[in-house]
Ligand binder design. Structure first.
Ligand code: NAD
Length: 251
């Protein structure tokens, strides 16, 4: 049993209320971190915190709901966190939405919405947190990409485009922030059993699963395990990497 990999670390996890993000939060708490999870609404953040504290009342977990598309809102929230905890060691940019509309039906607002959350929020949170990481001597940023960032998808072009941008930001920020001892990596999950996947049409899910050599979707915990590795000192020389967790999915 691995324990205390993140003892006394402070982590911020966006999209931490359910799915992959919730598993990351729980895994970080199990390994001794204090975690501030972000949700889209304060109520959903609070209810995730309540659920986790009912599992273990000793866990130090807090919920917040900044507007991730607004740099000002994110900076205010990060400065409140720094005031309370004095540091942020780990930032996980995980909040994301997907859309599957064909180009012919794709609304401009839907494209903006996906870019605002999947890409701009990552920029905003990284920009707000990086100066504190630099000043405290280092830290790490882990972004949630997707397997479709590598090969696109046949409908819903905004989602893979946003995740390819996540890869570009990951590589670029790793190069830019390495001198400040900030490691930047991404995890590219394949099909993972969360609400996002429950929303997929049956035939699309069957098609996707047929292309997975491991013959099944991932459990969110199996994805969270890689976020644990990347956040820990075991990954001290890993930066600029995009790690696939997709059961060897073939396109
Ligand atoms: P989910 O829908 O279960 O959870 C999404 C999270 O994002 C929630 O915590 C939600 O509160 C947050 N969120 C949604 N809209 C928001 C907004 N406007 N502002 C702030 N937060 C918001 O999804 P999931 O499957 O757990 O996905 C998590 C990440 O993993 C996403 O970035 C997704 O693109 C990526 N991903 C998921 C899969 C999969 O198969 N589930 C595969 C590849 C990548």
């Amino acid at each position: 049993m691995i324990t205390d990999l993140l003892k006394d670390k402070v982590a911020v996890v966006t999209g931490g209320t359910r799915g992959i993000g919730f598993s990351i939060v729980r895994t970080y708490l199990e390994q001794g971190a204090k975690v501030i999870l972000f949700g889209s609404r304060q109520e959903s953040a609070d209810s995730a915190v309540t659920k986790l504290q009912s599992e273990n009342p000793a866990w130090e977990v807090f919920g917040m709901a900044p507007d991730l598309a607004s740099l000002q809102s994110v900076e205010q929230t990060i400065s409140n966190i720094i005031e309370k905890f004095n540091r942020i060691d780990i930032l996980v940019n995980n909040a994301g939405i997907s859309a599957r509309e064909p180009l012919y039906d794709y609304a401009e607002e839907a494209f903006d919405q996906i870019m605002n959350l999947n890409v701009k929020a990552l920029f905003n949170c990284s920009k707000a947190v990086a100066p504190f990481m630099r000043d405290q001597g280092g830290g790490c940023i882990i972004n949630t990409s997707s397997m479709v960032s590598f090969f696109g998808q046949a409908s819903g072009c905004g989602y893979p485009a946003s995740k390819s941008a996540v890869n570009g930001l990951t590589k670029s920020l790793a190069r830019e922030l390495g001198k400040d001892n900030i490691r930047v990596n991404a995890v590219a999950p394949g099909v993972t059993k969360t609400d996002m996947v429950a929303a997929l049409p049956e035939e699309m899910l069957a098609h996707v699963t047929a292309n997975i050599p491991l013959s099944r979707a991932a459990d969110p915990q199996e994805v969270a395990n890689v976020f644990l590795f990347l956040a820990s000192d075991l990954a001290s020389y890993v930066s600029g990497s995009i790690i696939s967790v997709d059961g060897a999915t073939v396109n």
